[in-house]
Every structure is written in C-alpha cells, then in structure tokens.
Design a protein around this ligand. Structure first.
Ligand SMILES: Cc1ncc(COP(=O)(O)O)c(C=O)c1O
Length: 422
C-alpha cells in the first residue's frame, strides 16, 4: 500500500468556516462591509485582551489599538511605510533572511532596502549589525564596508523586523536603537498570530506582556493560505497611532474619504465620495473576513495543536538540532518548525530530496534576499556579505507543523528525519 504524502502546510478548515462563507454568499454583500469591520474589531480585541495584564499602576493607558484589514500582508507593509512617509531617497532596514515582501515594499515607494544580517545562532536581525550599519550611514558612508563600500545610500527612515516563524524579535533592543536614530518601526508579524511576549516592555506605558506586532509604530499580520490563521489571501495592520490608522484606512481604498460600506449604509448621500489622495486597491472582502472571524476564534486551539507538534519534534530531535535561542524567553506562534541539519551530515538539498522521496512535504525559510538576482545586482552584494543569513539558509529546513496533522503524521516525519540523518 502506498503511503499518503504529507503536505508541508494545510489550513484547518471545518464546518464553521464553511457556514460563515455561505452566510456571506447568501447575504448579497461580498466585498468589504460589516464582516470586515467585525473582524477588525475582534482582531484588535484579541491583541488587547486577556491574558494581557493591565498596565502597571501609575502608568498612563495606551492609546487604543486599531486594526485595519487589507488584502495581503504585503499591502499592509506597503501601506504602513507609506503612512510613515517613506519615499524616494529613504532607506528601509530589513533582514535579508525573509520573504521578498518585506523588502519589495520599500521599492514600491522609491526607497531602498538595506539588508541586516542575523544575530548568530538565531533567525532574527542582529541589533549589533543594525547599529553598525546605522553608524556608517550617519557618517555618510555606505552601509557595508566590503569592497570599498557597497549597498544603497540614503536617509534611514524605517526598520522592518521580522518575527521569524512566530518567534518574537528582541523588540526592546530594536526599539531603543530606532529611538536613537529616529526610525519608524513596522513589525513584520506575518508569521506571528499570536505570539505573546511575556516581559515585553512597552516603554512609556509599560505592561509586563504584549503580543508581537503591537510594539512598533505598526504591525502587519498575514492570512495567506499557509499562515497561522488563514483566509487564502489577506492581512491586518495594527497600530496605536491614530493618524497612521486614518491614513491607511483612506489609502487602502483608492484614497477615497469614505468606505463603500459607509456609502451603502448612509442612504442620505450614498453616491457621493471624494478622492483625497491617489490611493491603492487593498481592501479585504467580507467573504474572506467571515472565514477570518472563525479562524480568529479558533486561534488559541490551533496554536495549542502546533505547540504540541513542536514539543514532540523538540523531544525527538534534541536541542542541538534547533537553531532557536529565544531572545525574549517569550511566546512563539509556532508557524514554522525550523530544523538545523547536522554539520558534516547530508547537505540541505539532498536531505530535502530524501524527505520528499518518503512523501514528506518540506520547505526552506528563507532564501536570503541578498542572494536574489535583483538585489544582488542592485546593491553589488556577494553571498558572504551577510554570512549568518547564508549559514542559516544552508543549514535549515522547515518541517510540516499544521494543526490537523495528527500524531501518526508527526511520527512519520520524525521517523523519516531520523532515518535520513542516521
Ligand atoms: C515574513 C513574511 N512577510 C510577509 C509576507 C507576505 O504575506 P502575504 O502573502 O500576506 O502578502 C510573507 C509571506 O509568506 C512572509 O513570510
């Protein structure tokens, strides 16, 4: 009997999701409307709600978190940078070890991406490397000293840290550097719903915990098909900065001053609107919002199932196979399970081929962006210019970790890895 292939990822979709989508299909209103609004409110409430402790006594309350649904995390990152005023001549600092969205949004706005290497032994951008690059730029030097100086020139304006695989970055260190160099922060939390960070310092209005995505000027989540909560395509921007939220709300729907839902429900003047900017078409339809609302409700259960798989993998593979050194001792959405391959063992590509032969879906997160033809050429970069990103790329593969895998599939993955690794 042929054994069933195990896909790398698979969304957890049940009856409740089906019924929610059917309800919208039958309602007569498919695009952005009441469902999207409810999803935004529920999403913000989740990130502000229990188990978060209340602010320390004597600290002022934080401004309310606003959530804005968009058609992808890529759009959300773009809108957040746009609202921060990023434009031509500006530099946006990003890890090289990420998906292309994180950097391409800078290029949409005519700004340039500056790649920052990983902190050794982790999947996170290195605050030390960030600081060295910023110090060089502030002296009018190019960001990298290699070959007499390479990389783009310009004015550093924003940082996009990536909470890789759901594991939160050291936001305390990054916020401190960004404050000193006057950089905006847009957290790429595409993988991180939900990653609770115990001990997160919110600075002015400190609370002893916060969710990844709520610690920068804005945070962006993805609902792409493989993500922790999935609607096929979609994303959410969250921010406590009300001016930023207002700008994003207008720019995500063509730069029009009123939403189509508002025009539909305001019978007094339903046809009238004004275009106040040349905006974009980035709104999130109700059909998907209905799906998102159910996934949001199920998020804690889906997280617990991924955590149980990760615990079993940890037990089977041991500490030395893990590349993770949680810098915050914090929560982890467990979107990915990265496995470090043993030095001197099978090389990555061969290891992957062996897993695929056994019907195990596998992926690589990420091919560093400074290796990509477009950026390599544009910024005259060589692979060794960011050695830690290169090392992680060569040593790490991602194993399946989806909520409905079940114990049998998890054990099959473990047996396959053990058989190949010897
Ligand atoms: C780190 C990271 N950022 C951003 C994105 C973009 O997400 P979306 O597909 O929702 O635009 C992805 C998608 O895989 C990602 O992995």
């Amino acid at each position: 009997m042929e054994t069933e292939a195990i896909p790398f990822a698979r969304p957890s979709i049940g009856k409740e999701e089906e019924e929610a989508v059917l309800r919208v299909l039958r309602s007569g209103w498919l695009t952005t409307g009441a469902e999207a609004l409810a999803f935004e409110e529920e999403f913000a409430a989740f990130l502000e709600g229990p188990p978060l402790p209340s602010p320390a006594p004597g600290k002022p309350p934080l401004p309310p978190l606003r959530a804005l649904a968009v058609n992808s995390a890529t759009s959300g990152l773009h809108l957040a940078l746009e609202a921060l005023g990023v434009g031509p001549g500006d530099l946006v600092l990003v890890p090289s070890y990420t998906f292309t969205s994180t950097a391409e949004v800078a290029r949409y706005l005519g700004a340039e991406a500056v790649f920052v290497d990983l902190r050794p032994g982790t999947f996170h951008l290195d605050p030390g490397a960030l600081e060295r690059i910023l110090a060089r730029l502030s002296k009018g030097l190019p960001p990298y000293p290699q070959r007499g100086g390479c990389g783009p020139r310009g004015r550093p304006r924003a940082l996009i840290p990536v909470h890789y695989g759901g594991l939160p970055c050291d936001m305390g260190a990054l916020r401190d550097i960004c404050r000193r160099y006057d950089l905006g922060i847009v957290e790429d939390a595409a993988h991180s719903f939900p990653s609770l960070i115990p001990g997160a310092d919110l600075g002015d209005a400190a609370g002893p915990a916060a969710y990844a995505g709520t610690l920068g000027d804005a945070g962006v989540f993805s609902f792409y098909a493989t993500k922790p909560i999935a609607t096929g395509e979609g994303g959410m921007v969250v921010t406590r900065n009300q001016a930023l939220a207002d700008r994003i709300a207008v720019m995500r729907s063509h730069g029009i001053d009123r939403t189509v839902w508002n025009r539909y429900t305001d019978r007094g003047a339903s046809w009238y609107y004004e275009v106040i900017e040349a905006g974009f078409k980035d709104n999130f339809p109700d059909l998907l919002a209905a799906l998102g609302r159910v996934q949001l409700k199920r998020a804690p259960v889906l997280l617990e199932r991924r955590c149980a798989i990760a615990r079993r993998y940890d037990e089977a593979f041991g500490e030395e196979r893990r590349f993770l050194i949680p810098p915050t001792g914090g929560g982890d959405a467990r979107h990915l399970y990265p496995l470090r391959l043993r030095e001197g063992g099978l090389k990555r590509d061969e290891f992957i081929r062996e897993l695929q032969k056994r019907g195990i879906g596998v992926s690589v997160h990420f091919i560093p962006l400074h290796l990509m033809p477009y950026y390599k050429k544009r910024y005259a970069l060589e692979p060794e210019d960011l050695p830690e990103s290169l090392r992680a790329f060569e040593q790490v593969i991602s194993l399946p970790i989806w909520p409905d895998m079940g114990e049998d599939r998890v054990e099959r993955v473990i047996q396959a890895v053990k058989a190949i690794a010897g």
